[in-house]
Design a binder for this molecule. Structure first.
Ligand SMILES: *Cc1c(COP(=O)(O)O)cnc(C)c1O
Length: 400
């Protein structure tokens, strides 16, 4: 279920959503498409003269590729990265501009080359067999197959090794039948600016890249682009930062939050000292404790590791800017939070608890349960109603 609200506004959007959040929604994710568009433009300006792509894999980081991609197009993005062929088909259908590029990070799965080609997508090739399979689809030397090459500079995940690059470079049958649009690599430790691996990987990339045909170069994602101009090369590939994420601890990426999530208070109850709350009775009240029962749980994407047993603190929600700790286990559909200390800000039945927003960032939620904001973002489940603000084109409205 998704709706479009009429107006964008800074700060918290919840108070402006009367009539737009479905009355029966237990939880809602609000996606500010104008903030998303603004973030892409801010990063574009930050890295100029390098170009700025947009990474929209995993359904636009969970926010809805069908809304995210058109908003980024309206902002001016024309180069997109997805992970899979299915995502590429969807992206291709959503980008109006036929000249826009859709790269597939997974590359050519065995036997999928023709389908990838038919989808109008360009594979990011990470191995010799992939390169051969892709080149074999070229009808002739005069009609080479467009591709990107992924160089492994030390992440040891996807990418061509130095040995494979040398073998490829001397394989003229293959090289004559591909047209290299981009040569890229990916950093392992870009979220740690002082890490020696950053400069090492840049050096390895600069050494290996000349063995391949000359093409625009790219190494930085959201965190890497904050390491400075040395890492911008010709193209940067942010994902998380577009969606408001702060990928680099200690350095502020100039982006605005895009996502807020709220869920309803279903009930308020009072525990006497010695009473427990939730599964396994993991939290036992040591005082008279007021508890709000909230309609969101791990079935909505809130990790169960946000649970807090007696004496522990893990996840929080917020009411009117005041944080309240989760107590007891996160269950599939519910969390329980201690609102005893909220005094004047205590919620009533039907009020909205902030799960992600002005008081609780994506990074806060990730840190509270031993993961990263990325995982929280991409796992927000479809059970939350989605409300989209703005259209990414600066006009502030867009119909569904
Ligand atoms: C996911 C991904 C990105 C985007 O990363 P963010 O940290 O979300 O900006 C860029 N490049 C590659 C190869 C990726 O897999």
């Amino acid at each position: 279920m998704s709706t479009t609200a009429p107006q964008q506004s800074p700060g918290t959007h919840l108070d402006r959503l009367d009539g737009f959040v479905p009355a029966d929604a237990a939880g809602v994710v609000i996606v500010d498409l104008d903030a998303l568009a603004g973030n892409w433009r801010a990063l574009r300006d930050l890295v100029a003269p390098a170009a700025c792509a947009a990474v929209v894999k995993a359904n636009g980081y969970g926010l809805g590729a069908d809304r995210v991609i058109p908003a980024l197009c309206a902002a001016g993005a024309d180069t997109f990265f997805v992970a899979t062929l299915a995502e590429a088909r969807q992206a291709r259908a959503l980008v109006a501009d036929a000249t826009a590029t859709v790269y597939v990070l997974d590359g050519v799965l065995p036997g999928s080359g023709q389908a990838l080609h038919d989808a109008g997508a360009i594979p990011v090739i990470s191995s010799l067999p992939e390169a051969k399979e892709w080149a074999a689809l070229a009808p002739s030397r005069n009609e080479p197959m467009a591709c990107a090459f992924h160089v492994d500079s030390g992440l040891n995940r996807l990418g061509l090794s130095a040995r494979e690059i040398r073998a490829l470079a001397s394989d003229m049958h293959t090289m004559d039948r591909v047209q290299v649009r981009l040569v890229m690599s990916h950093l392992a430790c870009a979220d740690d600016p002082g890490h020696e691996k950053n400069t090492q990987q840049l050096d390895v990339f600069r050494t290996l890249q000349p063995l391949l045909p000359s093409a625009p170069l790219s190494i930085a994602a959201s965190d890497g682009l904050m390491l400075g101009p040395d890492y911008h090369l010709d193209l940067v590939r942010p994902g998380y930062a577009l969606y408001g994420g702060q990928a680099l601890p200690g350095r502020i990426t100039p982006v605005k939050p895009v996502v807020e999530a709220y869920a309803r208070v279903l009930q308020i109850r009072e525990l006497a000292p010695g009473q427990s709350v939730g599964y396994s009775a993991s939290f036992v009240a040591n005082r008279i404790t007021r508890v709000a029962v909230i309609a969101a749980g791990y079935g909505d994407g809130l990790p169960r590791h946000l649970s807090a047993a007696t004496g522990q603190t893990a996840g929080h929600v917020a009411f009117g800017g005041r944080r309240a700790p989760i107590v007891g286990r996160v269950s599939m559909d519910l969390i329980t939070v201690d609102i005893t200390d909220l005094e004047g800000h205590a919620p009533d039945r039907g009020d909205w608890a902030e799960l992600i927003g002005q008081s609780i960032s994506l990074e806060d939620v990730g840190a509270a349960c031993g993961t990263i904001g990325y995982e929280i973002l991409t796992r927000l489940s479809p059970r939350f109603a989605r409300v989209y603000l703005g259209g990414g084109d600066g006009t502030g409205t867009q119909g569904t």
